[in-house]
Design a protein. Sequence first.
Length: 349
Amino acid sequence: MPSSVAAFAAAAADTPLAPLAIERREVGPQDVAIDILWCGVCHSDLHYARNEWGRTVYPAVPGHEIVGRVREVGSGVKRHKPGDLVGVGCMVDSCRTCEPCTEGEEQFCAHQIGTYGGVEKGTQRQTFGGYSRSVVVDEHFVLRIPAGLDPAKAAPLLCAGITTYSPLRHWGVGPGKKVGVVGLGGLGHMGVKLAHAMGAEVVVFTTSPSKFEEARKLGADSAILSTDPAQMKAHNNSFHFILNTVSAAHNLDHYVRLLRRNGTMCLVGAPAEPHKGPGAWLLLGGRRSVAGSPIGGIRETQEMLDFCAEHDVTPETEVIAMGDINAAYERMLRNDVRYRFVIDMSTLG
Protein backbone atom coordinates (compact mmCIF):
# COMPACT_ATOMS: atom_id res chain seq x y z
CA MET A 1 0.00 0.00 0.00
CA PRO A 2 1.17 3.59 -0.61
CA SER A 3 2.26 5.39 2.54
CA SER A 4 1.58 8.90 3.84
CA VAL A 5 4.76 10.87 4.49
CA ALA A 6 5.43 14.24 6.12
CA ALA A 7 6.93 16.84 3.75
CA PHE A 8 7.39 20.57 3.17
CA ALA A 9 5.77 21.91 0.02
CA ALA A 10 4.85 25.05 -1.88
CA ALA A 11 1.13 25.30 -2.60
CA ALA A 12 1.58 28.10 -5.14
CA ALA A 13 4.32 30.29 -6.62
CA ASP A 14 3.66 33.14 -4.18
CA THR A 15 3.20 31.14 -0.97
CA PRO A 16 5.89 30.01 1.49
CA LEU A 17 6.74 26.34 1.86
CA ALA A 18 4.71 24.68 4.62
CA PRO A 19 4.05 21.21 6.07
CA LEU A 20 2.09 18.81 3.87
CA ALA A 21 1.38 15.07 3.94
CA ILE A 22 2.28 13.42 0.61
CA GLU A 23 1.95 9.87 -0.66
CA ARG A 24 4.88 7.59 -1.54
CA ARG A 25 4.34 4.49 -3.66
CA GLU A 26 4.45 0.95 -2.34
CA VAL A 27 7.91 -0.64 -2.47
CA GLY A 28 8.13 -2.67 -5.69
CA PRO A 29 10.55 -5.51 -6.55
CA GLN A 30 13.30 -3.15 -7.75
CA ASP A 31 12.62 -0.34 -5.27
CA VAL A 32 14.56 1.01 -2.33
CA ALA A 33 12.75 2.83 0.50
CA ILE A 34 14.97 5.48 2.10
CA ASP A 35 14.54 7.39 5.34
CA ILE A 36 15.93 10.83 4.51
CA LEU A 37 18.55 12.23 6.90
CA TRP A 38 19.88 15.22 4.98
CA CYS A 39 18.75 17.21 1.95
CA GLY A 40 20.81 19.88 0.23
CA VAL A 41 19.20 23.10 -0.96
CA CYS A 42 19.84 23.89 -4.62
CA HIS A 43 18.95 27.14 -6.36
CA SER A 44 16.87 24.96 -8.69
CA ASP A 45 14.64 24.22 -5.69
CA LEU A 46 13.82 27.90 -5.36
CA HIS A 47 13.19 28.29 -9.10
CA TYR A 48 10.85 25.32 -9.04
CA ALA A 49 8.96 26.27 -5.88
CA ARG A 50 8.31 29.75 -7.28
CA ASN A 51 7.51 28.56 -10.82
CA GLU A 52 10.30 30.64 -12.31
CA TRP A 53 10.69 28.12 -15.13
CA GLY A 54 6.95 28.11 -15.85
CA ARG A 55 6.44 24.35 -15.50
CA THR A 56 5.83 23.74 -11.80
CA VAL A 57 3.00 21.41 -10.75
CA TYR A 58 1.61 22.16 -7.30
CA PRO A 59 1.88 21.11 -4.58
CA ALA A 60 5.64 21.22 -5.16
CA VAL A 61 8.09 19.38 -2.91
CA PRO A 62 11.67 20.32 -3.94
CA GLY A 63 14.94 18.65 -3.00
CA HIS A 64 17.28 16.59 -5.22
CA GLU A 65 20.36 16.30 -3.01
CA ILE A 66 19.20 13.46 -0.78
CA VAL A 67 21.19 11.37 1.71
CA GLY A 68 19.47 8.78 3.87
CA ARG A 69 19.39 5.29 5.31
CA VAL A 70 17.81 2.32 3.52
CA ARG A 71 14.74 1.13 5.42
CA GLU A 72 13.42 -1.53 3.04
CA VAL A 73 14.29 -3.08 -0.31
CA GLY A 74 12.22 -4.95 -2.91
CA SER A 75 12.59 -8.66 -3.57
CA GLY A 76 14.75 -8.11 -6.67
CA VAL A 77 17.14 -5.50 -5.28
CA LYS A 78 20.80 -6.56 -5.32
CA ARG A 79 22.79 -3.33 -4.92
CA HIS A 80 21.51 -2.12 -1.55
CA LYS A 81 20.32 -3.52 1.76
CA PRO A 82 18.57 -2.13 4.85
CA GLY A 83 20.90 0.05 6.90
CA ASP A 84 23.01 1.23 3.96
CA LEU A 85 23.81 4.94 3.71
CA VAL A 86 22.72 6.02 0.24
CA GLY A 87 22.03 9.05 -1.91
CA VAL A 88 19.58 10.19 -4.58
CA GLY A 89 20.36 13.01 -6.99
CA CYS A 90 18.42 14.82 -9.69
CA MET A 91 16.96 11.75 -11.46
CA VAL A 92 14.84 8.85 -10.26
CA ASP A 93 14.21 7.08 -13.58
CA SER A 94 14.81 7.07 -17.35
CA CYS A 95 13.84 4.94 -20.34
CA ARG A 96 16.90 2.63 -19.87
CA THR A 97 16.94 1.73 -23.60
CA CYS A 98 18.06 4.82 -25.56
CA GLU A 99 21.67 5.42 -26.57
CA PRO A 100 22.49 7.81 -23.68
CA CYS A 101 20.97 5.40 -21.12
CA THR A 102 22.84 2.35 -22.45
CA GLU A 103 26.08 4.38 -22.38
CA GLY A 104 25.58 5.42 -18.76
CA GLU A 105 24.55 9.00 -19.49
CA GLU A 106 20.95 8.98 -18.30
CA GLN A 107 21.10 12.76 -17.86
CA PHE A 108 20.62 13.05 -21.63
CA CYS A 109 17.66 10.67 -21.85
CA ALA A 110 14.67 12.36 -23.46
CA HIS A 111 12.44 10.48 -21.02
CA GLN A 112 14.36 10.93 -17.78
CA ILE A 113 12.20 11.48 -14.69
CA GLY A 114 13.24 14.18 -12.27
CA THR A 115 13.36 13.62 -8.53
CA TYR A 116 10.67 16.29 -8.31
CA GLY A 117 8.33 17.64 -10.96
CA GLY A 118 8.28 14.40 -12.96
CA VAL A 119 5.72 11.65 -13.39
CA GLU A 120 6.32 8.11 -12.09
CA LYS A 121 6.10 5.43 -14.79
CA GLY A 122 3.91 2.96 -12.99
CA THR A 123 1.68 5.13 -10.81
CA GLN A 124 1.51 8.21 -13.08
CA ARG A 125 1.79 10.25 -9.88
CA GLN A 126 3.85 13.42 -9.62
CA THR A 127 7.35 12.91 -8.18
CA PHE A 128 8.10 14.69 -4.92
CA GLY A 129 11.59 15.62 -3.77
CA GLY A 130 13.68 15.32 -0.65
CA TYR A 131 12.05 17.91 1.58
CA SER A 132 10.24 14.92 3.07
CA ARG A 133 10.53 12.14 5.61
CA SER A 134 11.26 9.36 3.11
CA VAL A 135 11.37 8.44 -0.56
CA VAL A 136 11.00 5.29 -2.70
CA VAL A 137 13.38 5.02 -5.68
CA ASP A 138 14.35 2.37 -8.23
CA GLU A 139 17.67 0.82 -7.14
CA HIS A 140 19.41 1.86 -10.38
CA PHE A 141 19.13 5.49 -9.33
CA VAL A 142 20.24 4.97 -5.72
CA LEU A 143 23.89 5.78 -5.03
CA ARG A 144 26.25 4.41 -2.40
CA ILE A 145 27.67 7.01 0.01
CA PRO A 146 31.28 5.93 0.61
CA ALA A 147 32.64 5.47 4.10
CA GLY A 148 34.55 8.53 5.19
CA LEU A 149 32.21 11.07 3.59
CA ASP A 150 30.32 13.23 6.09
CA PRO A 151 26.66 12.42 5.20
CA ALA A 152 25.52 16.04 5.61
CA LYS A 153 28.28 17.32 3.36
CA ALA A 154 27.73 14.51 0.86
CA ALA A 155 24.22 15.78 0.07
CA PRO A 156 25.22 18.78 -2.13
CA LEU A 157 27.62 16.54 -4.06
CA LEU A 158 24.58 14.90 -5.66
CA CYS A 159 23.90 18.05 -7.68
CA ALA A 160 26.59 20.72 -7.20
CA GLY A 161 29.33 18.12 -7.03
CA ILE A 162 28.41 16.16 -10.14
CA THR A 163 27.52 19.32 -12.12
CA THR A 164 31.12 20.49 -11.76
CA TYR A 165 32.87 17.10 -11.74
CA SER A 166 31.34 15.89 -15.02
CA PRO A 167 32.73 18.63 -17.29
CA LEU A 168 36.10 18.63 -15.53
CA ARG A 169 36.40 14.91 -16.24
CA HIS A 170 34.99 15.10 -19.77
CA TRP A 171 37.53 17.75 -20.84
CA GLY A 172 40.46 15.97 -19.21
CA VAL A 173 41.36 18.36 -16.41
CA GLY A 174 44.46 17.22 -14.56
CA PRO A 175 48.19 17.87 -14.07
CA GLY A 176 49.68 20.26 -16.59
CA LYS A 177 46.35 21.96 -17.31
CA LYS A 178 45.53 25.58 -16.48
CA VAL A 179 41.89 25.77 -15.44
CA GLY A 180 39.76 28.83 -14.76
CA VAL A 181 36.64 28.88 -12.60
CA VAL A 182 34.25 31.79 -13.15
CA GLY A 183 32.28 32.57 -10.00
CA LEU A 184 32.82 31.40 -6.44
CA GLY A 185 29.34 30.35 -5.32
CA GLY A 186 27.78 26.97 -4.64
CA LEU A 187 28.97 25.52 -7.96
CA GLY A 188 32.16 27.55 -8.30
CA HIS A 189 33.66 26.59 -4.96
CA MET A 190 33.10 22.90 -5.79
CA GLY A 191 34.76 23.45 -9.19
CA VAL A 192 37.81 24.90 -7.44
CA LYS A 193 38.08 22.05 -4.95
CA LEU A 194 37.64 19.33 -7.58
CA ALA A 195 40.01 20.84 -10.15
CA HIS A 196 42.64 21.27 -7.43
CA ALA A 197 42.20 17.64 -6.33
CA MET A 198 42.62 16.56 -9.97
CA GLY A 199 46.03 18.22 -10.01
CA ALA A 200 45.34 21.22 -12.24
CA GLU A 201 46.54 24.79 -11.85
CA VAL A 202 43.37 26.58 -10.73
CA VAL A 203 42.58 30.26 -11.28
CA VAL A 204 39.39 31.88 -9.97
CA PHE A 205 37.66 34.77 -11.75
CA THR A 206 35.69 37.01 -9.42
CA THR A 207 34.24 40.52 -9.37
CA SER A 208 35.18 40.94 -5.70
CA PRO A 209 38.79 41.38 -4.48
CA SER A 210 37.58 40.31 -1.04
CA LYS A 211 37.20 36.75 -2.38
CA PHE A 212 40.85 36.36 -3.38
CA GLU A 213 41.95 34.90 -0.04
CA GLU A 214 38.85 32.71 0.18
CA ALA A 215 39.61 31.32 -3.28
CA ARG A 216 43.11 30.36 -2.20
CA LYS A 217 41.81 28.66 0.95
CA LEU A 218 39.52 26.56 -1.23
CA GLY A 219 42.43 25.40 -3.41
CA ALA A 220 42.92 28.04 -6.08
CA ASP A 221 46.49 28.91 -7.05
CA SER A 222 45.53 32.48 -7.89
CA ALA A 223 42.58 34.79 -8.52
CA ILE A 224 41.80 37.40 -11.17
CA LEU A 225 39.57 40.44 -10.82
CA SER A 226 37.39 39.93 -13.88
CA THR A 227 36.43 43.63 -14.03
CA ASP A 228 40.09 44.67 -14.45
CA PRO A 229 40.98 44.60 -18.19
CA ALA A 230 44.72 44.61 -17.47
CA GLN A 231 44.52 41.53 -15.22
CA MET A 232 42.38 39.73 -17.79
CA LYS A 233 44.61 40.62 -20.73
CA ALA A 234 47.67 39.27 -18.93
CA HIS A 235 46.14 35.79 -19.23
CA ASN A 236 45.11 35.86 -22.90
CA ASN A 237 45.59 32.57 -24.79
CA SER A 238 46.63 30.63 -21.69
CA PHE A 239 43.75 28.51 -20.35
CA HIS A 240 43.17 24.91 -21.38
CA PHE A 241 39.71 24.92 -19.81
CA ILE A 242 37.35 27.39 -18.14
CA LEU A 243 34.40 26.27 -16.01
CA ASN A 244 31.83 29.06 -16.07
CA THR A 245 29.41 28.69 -13.15
CA VAL A 246 27.75 32.12 -13.31
CA SER A 247 23.98 32.04 -13.79
CA ALA A 248 23.62 35.71 -14.76
CA ALA A 249 24.03 36.88 -18.35
CA HIS A 250 27.46 38.35 -19.14
CA ASN A 251 29.84 38.84 -22.05
CA LEU A 252 31.44 35.48 -22.84
CA ASP A 253 34.02 37.07 -25.15
CA HIS A 254 35.93 38.31 -22.11
CA TYR A 255 36.69 34.69 -21.28
CA VAL A 256 36.87 33.15 -24.75
CA ARG A 257 39.94 35.24 -25.58
CA LEU A 258 41.67 33.77 -22.52
CA LEU A 259 41.46 30.26 -24.00
CA ARG A 260 44.54 28.87 -25.67
CA ARG A 261 44.38 27.04 -29.00
CA ASN A 262 41.84 24.18 -28.75
CA GLY A 263 40.72 25.46 -25.35
CA THR A 264 37.14 25.07 -24.13
CA MET A 265 34.88 27.07 -21.87
CA CYS A 266 32.00 25.06 -20.43
CA LEU A 267 28.84 26.73 -19.11
CA VAL A 268 27.10 25.08 -16.16
CA GLY A 269 25.04 28.11 -15.11
CA ALA A 270 21.78 28.84 -16.94
CA PRO A 271 20.81 32.54 -16.95
CA ALA A 272 17.28 33.74 -17.61
CA GLU A 273 18.59 36.09 -20.34
CA PRO A 274 21.00 35.12 -23.15
CA HIS A 275 24.72 35.72 -22.81
CA LYS A 276 26.47 38.18 -25.10
CA GLY A 277 28.91 36.42 -27.43
CA PRO A 278 30.83 34.40 -28.27
CA GLY A 279 32.17 36.21 -31.31
CA ALA A 280 32.84 33.96 -34.28
CA TRP A 281 36.32 35.37 -34.98
CA LEU A 282 37.44 34.66 -31.42
CA LEU A 283 36.41 31.04 -31.85
CA LEU A 284 37.88 30.69 -35.33
CA GLY A 285 41.17 32.28 -34.36
CA GLY A 286 42.12 29.55 -31.91
CA ARG A 287 39.78 26.69 -32.71
CA ARG A 288 38.26 27.51 -29.35
CA SER A 289 34.97 26.06 -28.12
CA VAL A 290 32.12 27.14 -25.89
CA ALA A 291 30.12 24.21 -24.53
CA GLY A 292 27.58 23.34 -21.87
CA SER A 293 27.11 20.48 -19.44
CA PRO A 294 24.29 19.41 -17.08
CA ILE A 295 24.63 16.83 -14.29
CA GLY A 296 26.28 13.47 -14.89
CA GLY A 297 24.91 9.96 -15.26
CA ILE A 298 24.52 7.49 -12.41
CA ARG A 299 27.83 5.72 -13.12
CA GLU A 300 29.75 9.02 -13.20
CA THR A 301 27.97 10.31 -10.09
CA GLN A 302 29.13 7.24 -8.16
CA GLU A 303 32.63 7.81 -9.52
CA MET A 304 32.45 11.41 -8.27
CA LEU A 305 31.36 10.33 -4.77
CA ASP A 306 34.22 7.83 -4.59
CA PHE A 307 36.68 10.47 -5.82
CA CYS A 308 35.51 12.94 -3.19
CA ALA A 309 35.86 10.34 -0.44
CA GLU A 310 39.37 9.42 -1.61
CA HIS A 311 40.55 13.03 -1.88
CA ASP A 312 38.57 14.46 1.05
CA VAL A 313 36.64 16.89 -1.15
CA THR A 314 33.40 18.17 0.37
CA PRO A 315 31.39 21.39 0.00
CA GLU A 316 31.29 24.20 2.52
CA THR A 317 27.88 23.91 4.14
CA GLU A 318 25.51 25.51 6.62
CA VAL A 319 23.01 23.18 8.29
CA ILE A 320 19.48 24.50 8.77
CA ALA A 321 16.21 23.21 10.20
CA MET A 322 13.34 22.37 7.84
CA GLY A 323 11.33 25.23 9.29
CA ASP A 324 14.02 27.71 8.18
CA ILE A 325 13.71 26.90 4.47
CA ASN A 326 11.79 30.05 3.51
CA ALA A 327 14.35 32.28 5.22
CA ALA A 328 17.11 30.24 3.52
CA TYR A 329 15.54 30.95 0.11
CA GLU A 330 15.60 34.68 0.81
CA ARG A 331 19.23 34.44 1.92
CA MET A 332 20.09 32.59 -1.30
CA LEU A 333 18.64 35.48 -3.29
CA ARG A 334 20.97 37.83 -1.38
CA ASN A 335 23.96 35.48 -1.90
CA ASP A 336 24.06 35.16 1.88
CA VAL A 337 25.32 31.58 2.09
CA ARG A 338 28.84 30.12 2.15
CA TYR A 339 28.28 27.96 0.15
CA ARG A 340 25.42 25.46 0.38
CA PHE A 341 22.50 25.02 2.77
CA VAL A 342 21.76 21.49 3.97
CA ILE A 343 18.54 20.61 5.79
CA ASP A 344 18.71 18.39 8.85
CA MET A 345 15.63 16.30 8.08
CA SER A 346 15.26 15.19 11.69
CA THR A 347 13.83 18.67 12.23
CA LEU A 348 10.83 17.89 10.00
CA GLY A 349 8.02 17.64 12.54
